[in-house]
Design a protein around this ligand. Sequence first.
Ligand SMILES: Nc1ncnc2c1ncn2[C@@H]1O[C@H](COP(=O)(O)OP(=O)(O)O)[C@@H](O)[C@H]1O
Ligand SMILES: [Mg+2]
Length: 285
Amino acid sequence: MAIIELREVTYKYPATEKPALEDIKLSVEQGEFLAIVGSNEAGKSTLCYTISGFVPHFFHGELGGDVQVAGLDLKEAKLNEWVLNVGLVFQNPFNQISGSKFTVFEEIAFGLENLGVNRSEMIERVEHAMERTGISDLADRSPYSLSGGQQQKVALTSILVMEPKVFVLDEPTSQLDPIGAREVFQVIKEMSQAGITVVMAEHKIEWVAEFADRVIALNAGQIILEGTPQEVLTSPTLPENGIGSSRYTQVAKQAREEGLYPEDGLLPISLDQAVAGFSGGNYAD
Ligand SMILES: Nc1ncnc2c1ncn2[C@@H]1O[C@H](COP(=O)(O)OP(=O)(O)O)[C@@H](O)[C@H]1O
Ligand SMILES: [Mg+2]
């Protein structure tokens, strides 16, 4: 049984006519790293909210179909039950900050405090989580004195420390520079390798290519593509729906049109695959 199972899921925000999600069918296995791509307003955030219970329990509106995560049914469960299994890192880290804590350390400890975790375990878990995301030096800072990128790392750490079974991330590196983004993706990848299920909305195609096990592409609230990163990210359907492609895919596509790249097989999504393709080798990974 998959850890995430969505069947015929349709959702409308309150007082709207057009569904933000339409007939979504999705199963995710435990430990899988699933990326969601799509242009603006495609429904990426809404799907993240649905898996993490904020739709419908926080946003309300009309939810149809079935959503099951970690053995619970979304319509029957309460949000406070649901969030023990599923952690959401919001796209805007500002939405994650509790507003009631004076230091980053306390901010990250907040969720554990609410669960009544004892003090020594709490300190150990918070320190460990901060080390993993490389923010130990921010411990005594005010959450409000941080840059957007630092806030994003704090938001990630405050969910990481809860050790959820399913980790949902909505464009978790939007405020970070490429070095910071790589650090964050590395932490997420390690979690996935440790058996945690990761669902990540991300529009930066090259990161998705490097880190995801499987990709779905959304357009107007519907899944339009589903498959391996190489299958989905090289599909001509992507640019037709306003979704970018990686520079490796673009260069190889152009080269193929000019007879400089092998005719058969999928286009590359990474430098290694592109190099192998250009040198005539087998570039399947
Ligand atoms: N709180 C909201 N209330 C009403 N409509 C919303 C709300 N949030 C998003 N939408 C609508 O839902 C659709 C999907 O949006 P969203 O999930 O934010 O897409 P994405 O994250 O891919 O940019 C869009 O048409 C958007 O306008
Ligand atoms: Mg979004």
